[in-house]
Design a protein around this ligand. Structure first.
Ligand SMILES: Cc1cc2nc3c(=O)[nH]c(=O)nc-3n(C[C@H](O)[C@H](O)[C@H](O)COP(=O)(O)OP(=O)(O)OC[C@H]3O[C@@H](n4cnc5c(N)ncnc54)[C@H](O)[C@@H]3O)c2cc1C
Length: 469
C-alpha cells in the first residue's frame, strides 16, 4: 500500500530523480531559477550525497577519504525537499513517482519530472564474473579495493608457497578506459611504494594487468596520448594485453580469451557502463539502451519528462547534424543539468526551450605521481602540465568550497604511501561489480545484508566491450 506526499494544490511540483552529477546540479539550478512560491522542487535520491566519481581512483589508493569527494545533498541543496529513497517506477499518466523508503513506498506527484539515475556497470555473461569480479564505480567499491589490495599484501607477506604468494599479488583490471587505466596506473604505483614495508615480498611477486578487448588504451584520448599512457603503464610494470578479454573467472584464477590462465585472487571489472535499468522499465523510447531525448532534453511524446546524464541518449549538436550522442561523462551530465533546469523553468514560465549544445572540453587522466595525460580544448599535454590541469579541473568541478579545500589539503600530505591503513570494514558482497550499485537504500542494520540481485540481465554470449569510463 503506497502513501501519498501531501502538497498544496497551488504549487507546481518539480521532481528530480537521482542525486548524482545531473540531479545535483539540476536541483541547485532549479533552486536559483524558481521562487519557492511558484514551484516546489523535490529531489529523490538513494544516497545522501553527490559522489564525485572522477576522484574515485584517489579514494582507491587512499589519497582521499570518500567523504571528501561526496557533497551532502540535504545541507547543500537547501531550497529543495530531499527524499532519501529509491525510485521504483513512474506513472506518467497520473504524474507520480513511486519511491521505496526502507520497507514502505510513497507516491511523489509531479507536474514536471527530471530523471537522472545515471548508469550501472555493464555486466557480461562470463562464467564466474558476477560471483568474483569487484566493480569500480561506487565509494564502497573503491574503499573495498583499497582494503583488498592492502590485505593481499599482508597475507602474501606470510605466505611460504611462492606460487600462492604470487597469485595473491596478481591483480587484473578489465577495461582500459580512463577509469580502469587510472586505477591500474595508480594502484601499480602504490603497491610498488608499499613493498619496502613487506620484507618477504619482492617486486617480482607483484603483477598488475590491464586488459581490454580494444586495440588501444583510452581510445577516446587519441593515439599519441594513449601511447604515452601505455608507455608509462609498462614502465610501472603494468602488463597491458590488448584485444584480449576475460572468458571465465573463479576464486583463484582468471581465464583470458587468448587461452591464457592466470593465477590471481583479484579481478576488477571496469569494462563499460550501461544506463540505469530503471529507465528501461518506463516505456520511454530508447536509443542504445539510453532514453532518447530531444535536443531540449525532454522526451518526445512526454513533454513533462526530461532525462539527462548517463541515462540519456542526448544528440551531440556540435557534431554535424547531431547524429552522434554525447558521451556518458560528468562533463556533459553537469551541463545538461543546467540546460534541463532552465528548460523546466521556461516551461513553467511559458517560454521557449533551448537546445543542449556543449563542445567537449577534452579529457584529463591522472596516472599517479607525476604521471598524467590530458587533452584540454584539444591541446595534448603529459607529465606535470597534464597533472596540474587534471587536478585544477577536478577542484573547479567539485561543487563545494569546503570539499575543494579538503581535497587540496589531502593531496598536499598524501605522499607516496597515502594512508596505508585498512580497517577491513567492507565485505566482498558490497563490492561485487554485479551488486554494489543496488543496495543504496538508507543505511540501517537491515541494509547490511546482501541485497537481492536486481542487476539487468547480462548481454548474451560474449567478451567484454572496450572499456569506456
Ligand atoms: C571511476 C570513475 C571515473 C570517472 N572519471 C570521469 C572523468 O574524469 N570525467 C568525466 O567527465 N566523467 C568521469 N566519470 C563518469 C561520470 O562520473 C559520470 O558520467 C557521471 O557521474 C554521470 O552523471 P549522472 O548524473 O548521469 O549519474 P551519477 O552521477 O552516477 O548519478 C546517478 C545518481 O542516481 C542515483 N540513483 C540511481 N538509481 C536511483 C533510483 N532508482 N532512485 C533514486 N536514485 C537513484 C545514484 O545513486 C546516483 O546518486 C567517471 C566515472 C567513474 C566511475
Amino acid at each position: 500500500m503506497s502513501e501519498h506526499i501531501p502538497v498544496s494544490p497551488a504549487t507546481r511540483r518539480v521532481v528530480v530523480a537521482g542525486g548524482g552529477f545531473g540531479g545535483f546540479f539540476a536541483t541547485r539550478e532549479l533552486g536559483r531559477l524558481l521562487k519557492p512560491a511558484e514551484a516546489h522542487v523535490t529531489l529523490v535520491s538513494d544516497t545522501d550525497a553527490m559522489l564525485y566519481q572522477p576522484l574515485l581512483p584517489d579514494v582507491a589508493v587512499g589519497a582521499l577519504d570518500p567523504r571528501r569527494v561526496a557533497v551532502p545533498l540535504r545541507t547543500t541543496l537547501r531550497r529543495a525537499r530531499i527524499v532519501r529513497g529509491r525510485v521504483l517506477s513512474v506513472d506518467a499518466g497520473r504524474g507520480s513517482v513511486e519511491v521505496a523508503i526502507q520497507t514502505r513506498t510513497i507516491d511523489v506527484p509531479y507536474d514536471l519530472l527530471l530523471l537522472a539515475p545515471g548508469a550501472v556497470t555493464r555486466m557480461r555473461d562470463i562464467p564466474g564474473l558476477a560471483e568474483h569480479a569487484v566493480g569500480f564505480k561506487t565509494a564502497a567499491e573503491a574503499l573495498y579495493l583499497r582494503e583488498l589490495v592492502l590485505s593481499q599484501l599482508e597475507i602474501a607477506d606470510s605466505e611460504p608457497d611462492p606460487a600462492r604468494r604470487r597469485a595473491r599479488m596478481t591483480f587484473v583490471v578489465a577495461g582500459a578506459g580512463y577509469a580502469g587505466t587510472e586505477l591500474a596506473a595508480q594502484m601499480g604505483r602504490l603497491t610498488g611504494n608499499l613493498l619496502p614495508g613487506f620484507p618477504a615480498l619482492s617486486p617480482a611477486d607483484v603483477s598488475w594487468m590491464l586488459l581490454d578487448a580494444a586495440d588501444a588504451v583510452m581510445p577516446e584520448l587519441g593515439g599519441e596520448l594513449g601511447e604515452a599512457a601505455l608507455r608509462l603503464l609498462r614502465r610501472r610494470g603494468v602488463d597491458v594485453p590488448l584485444q584480449t578479454s576475460i572468458s571465465a573467472v573463479d576464486s583463484s584464477s582468471v581465464h583470458l580469451t587468448d587461452g591464457t590462465t592466470i593465477a590471481c585472487s583479484t579481478v576488477i571489472w571496469r569494462a563499460g557502463v550501461t544506463a540505469n535499468p530503471l529507465v528501461t522499465t518506463l516505456g520511454l523510447p530508447l536509443t542504445r539502451g539510453r532514453v532518447a531525448v530531444t535536443p531540449t532534453l525532454d522526451v518526445a511524446g512526454h513533454t513533462g519528462i526530461f532525462v539527462i546524464g548517463d541515462a540519456a541518449a542526448v544528440p551531440d549538436l556540435t557534431s554535424g547534424a547531431g547524429q552522434r550522442l554525447c558521451p556518458p561523462t560528468a562533463q556533459h551530465a553537469m551541463r545538461q543539468a543546467k540546460t534541463a533546469a532552465r528548460n523546466i523553468a521556461a516551461r513553467l514560465h511559458g517560454q521557449p526551450l533551448r537546445p543542449y549544445r556543449h563542445h567537449d572540453l577534452g579529457l584529463v587522466v591522472d596516472l599517479g605521481g607525476a604521471g598524467a595525460v590530458a587533452r584540454p580544448l584539444g591541446i595534448p599535454l603529459r607529465g606535470w602540465p597534464a597533472k596540474v590541469v587534471a587536478r585544477g579541473y577536478h577542484l573547479y568541478a567539485l561543487p563545494s568550497l569546503r570539499r575543494r579545500l579538503s581535497v587540496l589539503s589531502a593531496w598536499a600530505v598524501a605522499g607516496k604511501r597515502p594512508n596505508d591503513v585498512s580497517f577491513g570494514l567492507l565485505g566482498l558482497q558490497q563490492a561485487l561489480a554485479a551488486r554494489s550499485e543496488h543496495p543504496a537504500l538508507p543505511f540501517s542494520p537491515h541494509t547490511l545484508s546482501p541485497p537481492a540481485q536486481t542487476h539487468p540481465p547480462a548481454a548474451p554470449g560474449g567478451s567484454p566491450i572496450p572499456g569506456h569510463g
